[in-house]
Design a binder for this molecule. Structure first.
Ligand code: ATP
Ligand code: MG
Length: 379
């Protein structure tokens, strides 16, 4: 089975690694250079993109921001999974909001604006604390502006005035005071088989995911069910095939959808050690029309992103239950370089393992680690 992934970053790499034991061959496409690369070695293939599209049995994506012309070219092969519509719903916040509202799925109160002067009406309607998001090409908190009070309005308008909002509108959201962030990673196969991982709890810093804990502590059956119902509505409406991640804000007993990601997701990386079958393997199984693997949790697991640094001692591997995944990238500020998966028999034991990990890592790059360790000790 030949699988081609649009995008050649760490997600394509982890899919390729997961595909090996099943005899699934995974190649990747650098969507900017438009060439075919090995997702593990990054060596550029002599094969032309057009030939790779022909040779592939299935084509999928590792991220949603695929140039439109390429997405259409790939869609025309009839091999794209998930569908182009699904990918675009994740890539364009206006389409995403329409999808959610159309299905009556609770999400964050918002207004779409196509002119900076419409911000005044947004403030009147939604309040003075807002998150303003570019409707396209945003990720890891990029393409976002925060308004914390009316005094900043003029300054933000000035910054936004440089954008072409007719072409790329802004989604203005009310800044929510949620209790926590959760995500559901689930998967639906070509034959319609569905499997869910448990909800993960996600901790962000400056708009970027730093830590996920799965299963999220203190999740009752009703909350789980709510998340799975929303997932089901989405995959049914989209005729979705593959892994889909749904990010939520928890407000009391209610889940509001923050956004969806039509692909394997950073908050599902814990499943590489913490679940019977990881999300990468299950994505490949789903799009190859193979039976899905069990998503049973093996142990409570914490995933810690390694962001903007790579200078820590490999002695970290002395920690029992500590697994390191490096992506082979050169360091840049805010760049995801790899992640740790920490597994332990209980949340308290996980807290101790996080404390041990914190000894090896610079607080500056892992600002949430100590606090999360203490929190887990008291779950
Ligand atoms: P990623 O690619 O990492 O998922 P993103 O750039 O696509 O991020 P969002 O998920 O929309 O952007 O926002 C990033 C983070 O900013 C959220 O996980 C949350 O912590 C915070 N955030 C976003 N929207 C809101 C909101 N309306 N109220 C409060 N916090 C928010
Ligand atoms: Mg997000």
């Amino acid at each position: 089975m030949n699988i081609l992934i649009l995008g050649s970053g760490q997600l394509a790499r982890m899919m390729a690694l997961a595909g090996y034991p099943l005899g699934l061959s995974v190649a990747a496409v650098d969507v900017n250079a438009r060439n075919v690369v090995d997702p593990i070695t990054k060596i550029v293939s002599e094969k032309l993109l057009i030939q790779a599209l022909k040779d592939a049995d299935v084509i999928s994506v590792e991220f949603e921001h695929i140039p439109q012309d390429l997405l259409e070219q790939v869609n025309a092969t009839g091999k794209l999974m998930p569908s182009m519509e699904s990918i675009m719903a994740g890539a364009d916040r206006v389409k995403e909001k329409k999808l959610l509202s159309g299905l009556n799925i609770a999400n964050c109160p918002y207004k779409i604006i196509t002119d900076v002067n419409q911000l005044d009406a947004a403030v009147t309607e939604l309040g003075e604390q807002l998150i303003i998001k570019a409707s396209r090409d945003g990720y890891d908190g990029y393409g976002q502006w925060r308004l914390s009070g009316a005094a900043q309005l003029a300054d933000i308008k000035q910054q936004l005035s440089e954008l072409d909002l007719q072409k790329v509108p802004l989604v203005v959201e009310k800044m929510l005071n949620f209790e926590r962030e959760l995500s559901l990673v689930g998967v639906r196969s070509v034959s319609g088989q569905i499997a869910y991982y448990p909800l993960a709890e996600n901790l962000h810093h400056q708009g970027q995911l730093h830590v996920s804990v799965a299963p999220a502590p203190h999740v009752n059956e009703a909350l789980n069910q709510q998340a799975q119902d929303i997932f089901n509505q989405l995959v049914e409406a989209l005729g979705y095939v593959g892994v889909l991640a749904v990010e939520f804000f928890q407000m009391g007993d209610q889940l509001l959808v923050n956004e969806i990601a039509p692909r394997v997701h950073n908050s599902g990386h814990w499943s590489m050690q913490g679940a019977d079958t990881c999300q990468f393997e299950n994505h490949l199984r789903a799009i190859s029309d193979l039976p899905l693997g069990a998503t049973k949790v093996l142990t409570p697991t914490a995933m810690i992103n390694i962001i903007g640094c790579d200078d820590f001692s490999m002695d970290v591997l002395n920690i029992q239950g500590c697994h390191l995944h490096l992506y082979g990238k050169t360091v840049r500020a805010k760049r995801k370089m790899g992640h740790f998966n920490l597994c332990a028999d209980s949340y308290a034991a996980l807290g101790h393992t996080l404390q041990d990990l914190a000894q090896y890592l610079a607080q500056e790059h892992f600002p949430l680690l100590k606090k999360e360790a203490n929190r887990l000790l008291n779950v």
